[in-house]
Design a protein around this ligand. Structure first.
Ligand code: AMP
Length: 217
């Protein structure tokens, strides 16, 4: 089953995607994580991606689409995948549909995680991530147990460059212009379900699982 998580920056796509991938035992594909790993390793892709990401912009479609297609061709995706942060534009969505059709597959369900924008801004500014193992924290609700040391690996957790306040505003603008139209795109296709991303991770994940069950997924 191919599942996609849609939602504004900071809606909790990544956190839910990790848990769903674990429950369903299928890989989690996050374009954001792929770009950040390349930035960390200093690859050509990383340099290109950083110039867009650190300015709150989307990485160009052709680059992003080919990365995801390559990933989806890998053997571990044969039983499905959780797409997190892809597609983010109508063009990417059309390319994905075409690619999956060519493989005799389809995007089974799109989960739109709905959350209040004010709440997201607060969540992003308080978010800290472990640059090593990718664990995420919220300084208010879910801080690391020991100062700023990651609970899993002890690395110091950091504020993502693109979670800085001026970049957050640009990411929202980009979301409204390029990504939000996907809600109507998938509604028209009939595979969109909504999940309220509120009241912490557990409640949000429950909302998603409930929505999936109600739609017989
Ligand atoms: P995320 O971790 O999903 O919030 O992604 C972080 C940043 O990576 C985004 O703000 C974009 O700049 C870039 N990015 C991630 N996914 C995509 C995508 N599907 N298309 C274009 N840019 C992307």
């Amino acid at each position: 089953m191919i599942i996609m998580l849609l939602g504004a920056p900071g809606a909790g796509k990544g956190t839910q995607a990790v848990k769903l991938a674990d429950i369903l035992n299928i890989p989690h594909i996050s374009t954001g994580d792929i770009f950040r790993a390349n930035i960390k390793e200093g690859t050509e892709l990383g340099k290109l991606a950083a110039s867009y990401i650190n300015d709150g912009k989307l990485v160009p479609d052709e680059v992003t689409v080919s990365i995801v297609e390559d990933r989806l061709r890998k053997p571990d995706c044969q039983n499905g995948a959780i797409l997190d942060g892809f597609p983010r534009t109508i063009y990417q969505a059309e390319m994905l549909d075409k690619f999956l059709a060519g493989e005799g597959k389809k995007l089974d369900v799109v989960i739109n995680i709905v959350i209040d924008e004010k709440e997201i801004t607060e969540r992003l500014s308080q978010r800290r991530v472990c640059p090593e193992c990718k664990a995420t924290y919220h300084l208010g609700h879910r801080p690391p147990k020991n100062g700023l040391a990651c609970d899993n690996c002890g690395t110091e957790v950091i504020l993502r460059d693109d979670d800085k306040p001026d970049v957050i505003q640009k990411r929202f603008k980009e979301y409204h212009e390029s990504t939000e139209p996907l809600v109507e795109y998938y509604k028209a296709k009939g595979n969109l379900i909504e999940s309220r991303g509120v009241n912490g991770i557990e409640q949000s994940l429950n909302n998603t699982i409930r929505a999936l069950i109600m739609r017989n997924f």
